[in-house]
Design a protein around this ligand. Sequence first.
Ligand code: LLP
Length: 423
Amino acid sequence: MDHFQYREGILHAEDVPIPTIAAAIGTPFYCYSTATMTRHYNVLAGSLDGTGAKICYAVKANSNQAVIRTMADLGAGADVISGGELQRALAAGVSPDDVVFAGPGKTRGELAQALAAGIYQFNVESEPELRALSAVAVEMGKIAPVSIRVNPDVDAGTHEKITTGRKQNKFGIPIDRAGEVFDLGAALPGVAMLGVAVHIGSQITDLAPFEESFDRALRLIDELRAAGHDIRRCNLGGGLGIPYGGETPPSPADYGRMVKRLTANRQLDLVLEPGRVLVGNAGILVASVIHEKHEGRRFIIIDAAMNDLIRPAMYDSWHEIIPVAEAAADAAFSDADIVGPICESGDTLAKGRAMPPLAPNDLIAVRSAGAYGAVMASTYNSRPLVAEVMVHGDQFAVIRPRQSIEDLIARDQPPAWLQPGSG
Ligand code: LLP
């Protein structure tokens, strides 16, 4: 359930009519609903009630300061993947003690930055990383809290580009080698080997691969404990899918029940790293129709493009697209490709969608765009970075203004020999 609904035929974000925002700031823009984010966080947290699990919001899904702060106010920590994300999370008010740092390629500079901040945990993904972390920690006179990310070799059944838990993927340490790595860590002076982490992919719509990977991680914890390691933490990653269209992902309640059943009586501090399930359906991308073109096919050309939302081009993902002014009951729908102005055929947001008649400047909304939307935007074709807006009841605020072309050009620095008049 989200808070983007028609009221008297006009799409609203909570109590704000979308055309009001468009009139104020132009298009395209992302629009996020506070009430939807809050609801999704509370449903997930409620499903884990009694487990004491730390919910570390995967900032990569949407790292706007306003979004991270909304999550932090609800009680979430942060899962970060770079020094930049760490800085963003801290700037938004997340306590370092609620930050986990994941990712297969942390630099020594990033390790030092996170050690200085005093984060809750490093999810370490390789032996070289473990050795480097220990060395940096020793130099700084610190002990790094570590969980080892294991690769359980489980197929998450999701898109090839976002599956991470099979042995051919670059992530984690093969689970059958984890024992050796814990022994290595126990012998290193700068790390405390506290837990096991697992994350098998994103947009997972079936409970079974989660259960299989959690079960493997928990059995590993039993073995490590039997071998004398003092394992106290288990990090279950993120990955819970959302309905974009026809999918029926597991409900947070079922997910929570499964987590409780598997972890009961194991005395573990749990961490979860959800991203998409918290913010995905809490955002839309609003665009204007530039014009239509009918050449054997109906093309609706809009002012948002693959640089603003890359998911359809990159993952063939399906997003529902609706007109902001609700179509009349007797409107003549016809199939259309909804495309952006970029010079690539891949710049297609949707193919063969039944759409009502639309005129230039009519607004449309691309739904389920709150996760991996604005954060993956680029300036390709010299298109300024898209604006972002947050709604709260009847208020809205621009939480990232649209970049100007002047800002974009000003970032380039032609060398002296190319300055006008230098020849
Ligand atoms: N933890 C780790 C270690 C991750 O790599 C990820 C996502 C998450 C947590 C959060 O996963 P979520 O709960 O959001 O599924 N750009 C792609 C998704 C990439 C996901 C990367 N890792 C997309 O647009 O579908």
